[in-house]
Design a protein around this ligand. Structure first.
Ligand SMILES: [Zn+2]
Length: 259
């Protein structure tokens, strides 16, 4: 499967959706692609964090069937995030799963998440600077993988749990980025392909995301947000700080353990 060869990735075969394992002949025959189409299938990008967990809960309400896509990119906590992804997929009963490694993002570096020589900064939620945890243009790579997979499996929508205002200020979390990427998808896929990018939590405050998750019965206890620890969450990085503040403001106890 080109650059997204799941065999290059350390994952058991049962983590991978069946149609992905079909041979190259399928890809060349559009009638077989139609065969894979489901009436109301959506691809959901699931990092394993809280926002993607709640986004998946919303996607489940809006879709007939979900396909979960997880992207590792050499980030510090990739093993822990992958575990959260698998547990979320089990919880939501999702059989179509794809785990891909975009390890070129780690080789490119430029982020404290992928470059061990750049320390993960203590949170500064008042700062307006783009934090060092920003992985340059990462979400475009994620959306590109999701678009390719959607076109192959016949999905109609892609869900991604980007949060704009109430988050770290990453430029690839802004609504205008998703509007622009929608035009990229429309221009760069088959005329018969119609995939809509949905960002259901993009304008929510983090505390609203917690509340919505609880309302939906989303398994927040299975999620992982910490940027630097894999045993117990550090409680000090940007992602932990945003998460803890969200639960505190919602008046709900965060079900995961902190150091
Ligand atoms: Zn942390």
């Amino acid at each position: 499967m080109g650059g997204f060869d799941e065999k290059a990735f350390d994952s058991p075969a049962d983590e991978v959706e069946e149609s992905v394992e079909t041979g190259p002949a399928d890809k060349a025959d559009s009638s077989l692609i139609a065969h894979h189409s489901s009436l109301d299938l959506a691809v959901c990008l699931v990092s394993g964090g809280m926002d993607s967990c709640v986004t998946a809960g919303i996607a489940r309400e809006e879709s007939g069937e979900l396909a979960f896509l997880h992207v590792s990119y050499g980030q510090r906590t990739e093993a822990r995030e992958r575990r959260a992804f698998l547990e979320l997929a089990d919880f939501y009963g999702v059989r179509r799963r794809l785990v891909v490694s975009l390890e070129h993002l780690a080789r490119i570096g430029g982020s404290s998440l992928t470059d061990p020589s750049i320390p993960v900064a203590e949170a500064d939620l008042a700062s307006r600077e783009i934090p060092t945890s920003y992985v340059p243009f990462r979400n475009a790579h994620l959306l590109a993988a999701a678009t390719s997979w959607s076109e192959v499996v016949g999905a109609r929508r892609i869900y991604i749990g980007a949060v704009a205002e109430d988050s770290s200020g990453y430029p690839d979390c802004r609504p205008e980025f998703y509007e622009a990427f929608q035009r990229v998808v429309d221009a760069g896929t088959r005329p018969t392909t119609h995939v809509e990018i949905r960002t259901p939590v993009i304008h929510m405050r983090k505390t609203e995301i917690v509340r919505r998750g609880v309302e939906l019965g989303a398994p927040l206890q299975l999620t992982w947000s910490c940027y630097q620890a894999e045993e117990k969450a550090c409680g000090r990085c940007d992602s932990c700080a945003l998460r803890l503040r969200a639960f505190r403001e919602a008046g709900i106890e965060d079900p995961i353990e902190y150091a």
